[in-house]
Write a protein of this length. Structure first.
Length: 132
């Protein structure tokens, strides 16, 4: 099988998989958009392999394979950076929510409205938080 045919099939499979993840609501639209663009860029390269070489020459790159390798590395770095940013944002949000829950529980305990089925020791509320 030629590389161009394999590239085309891979691009179409990626597009199909992304659409299936969207249909099942397992991939959010903001992430799906980027992957759909990538799939739409990869599929034509397989159908028209000369397009890659001519683009590489216009950009001053020695070969189309070098351009694809460079673009892939840049893409991986950008995706990694974005996921690190998302993880940091979610960590901060989780910490804020945990603090809010602890304050609400402490307030309920202090005013005697805390359910008797849960004790402050079981809920992660410390004695200092209850007495503050």
């Amino acid at each position: 099988m030629q590389l161009s045919v394999l590239t085309s099939i891979t691009g179409l499979l990626v597009l199909g998989y992304i659409l299936e993840l969207l249909r099942r609501q397992q991939l959010r639209e903001k992430y799906a958009a980027i992957w759909l663009v990538i799939g739409l860029l990869v599929a034509p390269i397989g159908f028209v392999p000369d397009l890659l070489d001519s683009t590489a020459k216009r950009l001053g790159v020695a070969s189309g394979a070098s351009l694809v390798l460079f673009a892939g590395i840049v893409l991986i770095l950008l995706v990694s950076l974005h996921l690190s940013w998302e993880a940091s944002r979610l960590e901060a949000e989780t910490r804020t929510l945990a603090e809010d829950v602890a304050l609400i529980r402490a307030h309920l305990v202090q005013h005697g409205n805390f359910p008797t089925s849960q004790r402050p020791e079981d809920s992660g509320v410390t004695e200092a938080q209850v007495n503050s």
